[in-house]
Design a protein around this ligand. Structure first.
Ligand SMILES: Cc1cc2nc3c(=O)[nH]c(=O)nc-3n(C[C@H](O)[C@H](O)[C@H](O)COP(=O)(O)OP(=O)(O)OC[C@H]3O[C@@H](n4cnc5c(N)ncnc54)[C@H](O)[C@@H]3O)c2cc1C
Length: 410
């Protein structure tokens, strides 16, 4: 009987510590995160003290050496406290893309950067999107050229999460942070000419611009322009020309956490709405007693349970691939299924939960409304809903059935 949903004692202890922190310090501030457009630094530092920014990094590099499912269980507690989802973004981006940087980075890079990331002193983000290239990454234009023991990087990355938190050293993170940034080292080779670099946003040659985002406003979002930014050779993550493949690996990982975020935020929103409609009365009875609403609840609950299970399967697949037990394309398919399904069922649940709460539901004081705006971002972030379907269909139908413009797996 190899499939097992049991939580270990160690996992439960970690969850309990994050839950306690979340209930005490995070949940009461969620509306404030959204209104002020920032997460108070002491909350991020408190989570760092609990070790949550070092879960997957090996102990040798000051991390806790845990696995993606355990990270998912911790994410669950973070999302239950913060359905505004900004802390989920901070956590899941760093956890997945930080791990990718560790996995493909050199020993020198691990010593210089990963150690700080594992201690929660430095945040790692992801920057693939550009003003003219999102789903179709081959259209990007940023580039790097080698100059002795350095690379010189230029270009613009757009719609990037965490630009302020990475830029402002000593506020959220002691050392600020940087982004795994995908650029061309040889444009003539198309996706085989792409390379990843860690670009510290603390570099003064980088300029930043902020976007006004719809939701999850607590973690910043914007663009950064690199004008001949110099980074040491060891900031290259993986070999030259491997960037696209490493990016696909990171997306799989991040999408699994996003699926979990959606499943948990959807459930939490239903619980909050239920508390409200048990009190709120119409036609002489609490609204929660109406069967029309109970049937909606039952369907959403089942869908979200399914989404949760699929998200865990995707995290399991990430681990299995790392251990060489399944192929990369299987992970890619499961993670895309999980993200696409969880985003859709969470949006549907939030939409109904918001309506159950009547006019109050539509106010910005209502955490369910705040969560509704946040979950909408997952139609796009870390790969759009359509691209998730393109991936699943590609893997199910077979590559020979792809149209000319459908992205191919190589
Ligand atoms: C809140 C938020 C946070 C983000 N954070 C980051 C970040 O930290 N780092 C980063 O690099 N990027 C980030 N992004 C950008 C995100 O990765 C892109 O939005 C996404 O990849 C889609 O690219 P695009 O916005 O350029 O849309 P486009 O590629 O222009 O697509 C527009 C629409 O066309 C659809 N479409 C495109 N191709 C196809 C196709 N073949 N078949 C069917 N439909 C298709 C898409 O699904 C989409 O709905 C973030 C986005 C959001 C909204």
């Amino acid at each position: 009987m190899p499939i097992d949903f049991t939580i270990t004692k160690e996992q439960e202890e970690l969850k309990a510590a994050v839950r306690e922190f979340g209930e005490k310090y995070i949940a009461p501030k969620v509306v404030e995160f959204e209104e002020k457009g920032m997460i108070p630094p002491d909350i991020v530092q408190g989570l760092a003290k609990l070790g949550v920014f070092g879960l997957l990094f090996p102990e040798k590099y000051d991390g806790l050496g845990l696995d993606p499912i355990t990270a998912g269980l911790i994410l669950e507690e973070i999302v239950r406290a913060d359905i505004e989802c900004s802390l989920a973004v901070a956590f899941l981006v760093h956890t997945s893309w930080g791990y990718i940087a560790y996995r493909h980075g050199s020993e020198e890079f691990r010593d210089a950067v990963i150690r700080k990331a594992a201690r929660g002193d430095l945040w790692i983000g992801i920057a693939t999107t550009e003003p003219g290239a999102g789903s179709d990454l081959v259209s990007m234009t940023s580039s790097a050229r080698r100059d002795g023991k350095e690379y010189v990087v230029s270009g613009e990355k757009a719609f990037i999460s965490g630009v302020r938190e990475a830029r402002e050293k000593g506020v959220w993170f002691k050392e600020g942070g940087g982004h795994n940034t995908l650029v061309y080292t040889d444009k003539s080779k198309g996706h085989r000419g792409m390379t990843f670099f860690f670009i510290p946003l603390t570099d003064e040659r980088i300029t930043i611009r902020f976007e006004k985002e719809l939701g999850r406003r607590g973690w910043s979002w914007g663009s950064f322009v690199m004008n001949d930014v110099r980074v040491p050779e060891y900031y290259r993550i993986g070999e030259e020309g491997r960037g696209f493949y490493i990016a696909m690996e990171g997306f799989d990982h991040a999408r699994a956490y996003i699926a979990l975020t959606c499943a948990v935020a959807g459930k939490r929103a239903l619980e909050i709405a239920l508390d409200y409609i048990k009190q709120r009365r119409a036609f002489g009875a609490p609204i929660a007693t109406f069967q029309g609403i109970q049937f909606q609840l039952a369907d959403h609950w089942a869908n979200l349970d399914a989404a949760y299970a699929l998200a865990l399967k995707a995290l399991w697949a990430v681990k299995m691939e790392e251990e060489g037990k399944i192929e990369r394309f299987e992970v890619t398919k499961i993670a895309a299924e999980a993200k696409s399904f969880a985003t859709r069922v969470a949006k549907a649940a939030l939409d109904d939960a918001l309506r159950w709460m009547g006019a109050y539901g539509y106010t910005l004081e209502n955490p369910v409304a705040i969560a509704w705006k946040a979950i909408k971002s997952y139609d796009l972030a870390e790969g759009s809903l359509d691209i998730m379907r393109v991936i699943v269909a590609r893997e199910v139908i077979g590559r020979e059935w792809l149209t000319k413009v459908t992205p191919k797996r190589t």
